[in-house]
Ligand binder design. Sequence first.
Ligand code: KG4
Ligand code: ZN
Length: 342
Amino acid sequence: MEHKEDVLILAIESSCDETAASVVKNGREVLSNIISSQIDLHTIYGGVVPEIASRKHIEKINQVIEEALKEANCSLDDITAIAVTYGPGLVGALLVGVSAAKAISFAANKPLIGVHHIEGHISANFIENRQLEPPFACLVVSGGHTHLVAVKDYGEYEILGYTRDDAAGEAFDKVARAIGLGYPGGPKIDKISKEGNPEAIKFPRAKVAGSSYDFSFSGLKSAVLNYLNSCEMKNIAVNKADVAASFQRAVIDVLVEHSLQAIKEYGYEKFAIAGGVASNSSLRAAFKTACELHKIALYQPSPIFCTDNAAMIGVAGYYEYVKGVRSGYDLNAVPNLKLGER
Ligand code: KG4
Ligand code: ZN
């Protein structure tokens, strides 16, 4: 039974290859979380094909929204506002969600709220940790982003560090392709690494000159490619599990080291991780060990809330809603939207 004063956000997410809708109550309670993944469709191409992603979103979006309402046991009448990811992401994919949200908002006369995708990832931490409040530091590691963020308040961020080249997830996907694991690379490297030795090959831990918090993964990716080439030239059989585990360890070492440095320097007592790569089992274990050692409270969303979903957009949308943020019907997809911008 919902109370009149309850705020129910219907959230829509379609920035990449997941068509998702969710109903979130009062910012932290997920009443439904429907995700229709296109991964199988893109696997044969070795990565997300934007045109196919947009078409598939169009096919699925109405059904996914209906399911989200049904599972939450509510109708559009019960919904307080519609939240939608409007960037960053693939422009054609984003437009499908944005158009659907605008249409529903207009037809049902409900406020519309455009949400930043990365703000959504960060907000995923509020779902299972109802006592978590800003300020805290958050490492966002996804297919398109690697950001170390100071969450100063709800919707108030300062970027402390970011990747100068490849995102962490992008590096996972590229290395997976190079060792023949296919797409999506992250989960496959995660799995095969369990059988490998992370100390087998010494891959570089990149430092960015002049910044202790920025990241660079393109050198590591090249080092893996060079290693594979030299094995081929010398006719040495490649142990895929060792390569995957050694690469993964190199990524994690850098992520943990830079995060800890920032947490200490800025004096944060709470640290959260977010984004698809945050579902990596070794990364989660490494942060758990490091945070226990340094007595930092660690928050890590369940894997289903790390990879793309609409519940996180509903949470972020709620905090924008209570602040009074509303979008107009001129809301457009912004493929390279910066965090903190509107
Ligand atoms: O957050 P997300 O679902 O979409 C973006 O906003 O980009 O992140 C997708 C990325 C992909 O690069 C994928 O390979 C990576 O997250 N990923 C993982 C794992 N699961 C997904 N990376 C490492 N280990 C995983 N278990
Ligand atoms: Zn994402």
